[in-house]
Design a protein around this ligand. Structure first.
Ligand SMILES: *[C@@H]1O[C@H](CO)[C@@H](O)[C@H](O)[C@H]1NC(C)=O
Ligand SMILES: *[C@@H]1O[C@H](CO)[C@@H](O)[C@H](O)[C@H]1NC(C)=O
Ligand SMILES: *[C@@H]1O[C@H](CO)[C@@H](O)[C@H](O)[C@H]1NC(C)=O
Ligand SMILES: *[C@@H]1O[C@H](CO)[C@@H](O)[C@H](O)[C@H]1NC(C)=O
Length: 412
């Protein structure tokens, strides 16, 4: 395939997003959208949480390789005081997302609020490269060097730095971990490459776990995957180290994007579905501008390429740099597999039938290959898709209530 093809897939994605933005301009002139929705689309995680009456703190964390990350903490629920020591839970978001993911759906629906109200001290990570973690001691996001990472580095450097920080700040010796999608992938990296971190995690709750991707059903991912080898090189030539740069898209998105009653709302929604699986029933259209106001939140091209490699190889492998660099980096021409046997934290896998990224077959494979997997739990709704794990109307009833029950067993 020619370079032109690879390059145009990337632009097709951007085009989808910008079409949404463009066509929305006229719609918003009608002024029919609830101003509170627009406000939610524009507020940052911290301000959004405060708006709904919950306490929130911002913490800065330095990684070993000197990225500066922002952690968001909801230290307790609305009706509690800080005096008592609460069990700590750490939440890690998915690809192209941020800590906002856990609170966009508002109190009663957003998992961070539900956990805080259930008596947890909630810490939300932000991976390097996203809206809140775009700083580095000696480089910055305009430099190519800044973007030389995949989710491998997020697991190897970011998670340990953030978890150590939360442990130190709260004085507890162990926490529970909840990851969504890439938030699970990074966890497998951390706990296999740095097994000492297994000691710091009581239990890992994986929402839409991703390690094996051989059975991915998403047509868009399948279409992009064959080109992943050269995708990175092409994008580098074009100066695109960041995948779907968020700045302008997001600014506009909050006000204009996918506001109700425009034809393009269907387009925006269908783009999400095309990647993640269709389910009209569980995604609240009204909240779509809020979701898209915060997504995409920034990721490196390498993160996408690395996922593409998992799909192509059907294995859970470290990054494939090409033969020569592999030889220099790993001592082999091909990248090694992550050692899932080294993971000892008890793991609970939550999956759904209609998830096109974390498919039942791939979760089954993970269940078999991961000795620490305690159990796997199917969401009791056939149509439940990938994003429903964080955005579904009925996520609480369908999955969070069970999650809380499991978590409660680890709280003494
Ligand atoms: C907005 O409306 C004007 C006239 O009302 C029209 O000319 C223009 O094409 C519209 N723009 C979009 C993006 O639909
Ligand atoms: C918090 O307190 C208010 C008033 O006392 C009450 O209406 C509300 O239901 C409480 N919320 C929670 C999550 O307990
Ligand atoms: C959708 O979101 C709006 C705004 O938050 C809310 O008023 C409405 O009840 C939601 N609909 C459903 C079905 O949850
Ligand atoms: C994987 O980890 C386990 C447990 O630490 C160890 O016994 C095994 O040798 C490792 N396998 C490889 C291929 O490194």
């Amino acid at each position: 395939m020619s370079l032109k093809v690879k390059h145009s897939w990337y632009h097709l994605l951007i085009l989808y997003f910008s079409t949404c933005v463009y066509a929305r301009v006229n719609v918003s002139e009608n002024g029919r959208t609830d101003p509170s929705i627009i406000e939610d689309a524009l507020l940052d995680t911290f301000t959004l949480i405060r708006k709904y009456g919950y306490p929130c703190e911002i913490h800065k964390v330095y990684t070993e390789d000197r990225y500066i990350l922002e952690l968001h903490r909801v230290p307790h629920g609305r009706n509690k005081t800080k005096a008592e020591r609460l069990p700590v839970v750490f939440l890690q978001h998915g690809l192209l997302s941020s800590s906002a993911e856990w609170v966009l759906m508002r109190p009663g629906k957003g998992l961070a609020y539900i956990l805080a109200d259930a008596g947890y001290d909630v810490w939300m990570g932000n991976a390097r490269g996203n809206t809140y973690s775009r700083n580095h001691v000696s480089t910055n996001p305009t430099r190519s060097k800044f973007w030389q990472f995949s989710w491998h580095e997020i697991g190897y450097y970011d998670l340990p730095a953030m978890i150590d920080y939360a442990l130190k700040e709260t004085g507890v010796s162990k926490i529970q971990y909840i990851g969504f999608s890439q938030g699970t992938t990074a966890f497998w990296v951390m706990s296999s490459m740095r097994p000492e971190y297994n000691e710091k995690i009581m239990a890992m709750h994986a929402l839409a776990p991703i390690a094996f991707m051989g059975n991915v059903r998403s047509p868009l991912i399948k279409a992009i995957a064959p080109f992943t080898n050269t995708l990175e090189r092409v994008l580098k030539l074009l100066g695109a180290n960041e995948f779907l740069p968020n700045g302008k898209v997001n600014e506009l998105a909050g006000e204009l994007l996918c506001i109700e009653e425009a034809a393009t709302q269907i387009l925006c929604k269908n783009l999400l579905f095309l990647i993640c699986g269709f389910n009209n029933e569980q995604l609240n259209d009204t909240m779509l501008p809020v979701v898209l106001g915060h997504t995409p939140a920034g990721a490196s091209t390498r993160q996408i390429v690395h996922f593409g490699q998992l799909y192509k190889s059907s294995k859970f492998l470290q990054f494939n740099h090409g033969w020569l660099t592999n030889l220099l980096t790993y001592g082999h021409g091909s990248p090694p597999e992550y050692n899932l046997t080294a993971i000892t934290t008890p793991v609970f896998l939550h999956y759904a039938d209609n998830d096109w990224l974390s498919t039942p077959d791939d979760v089954e494979k993970l269940m078999i290959e991961l000795p620490a997997a305690v159990g796997k739990f199917r969401v009791p709704l056939k149509a439940f898709n990938h994003l429903d794990f964080v955005f579904a109307n009925d996520a609480k009833k369908l999955i969070y209530d069970r999650l809380l029950n499991i978590m409660f067993r680890f709280v003494n």
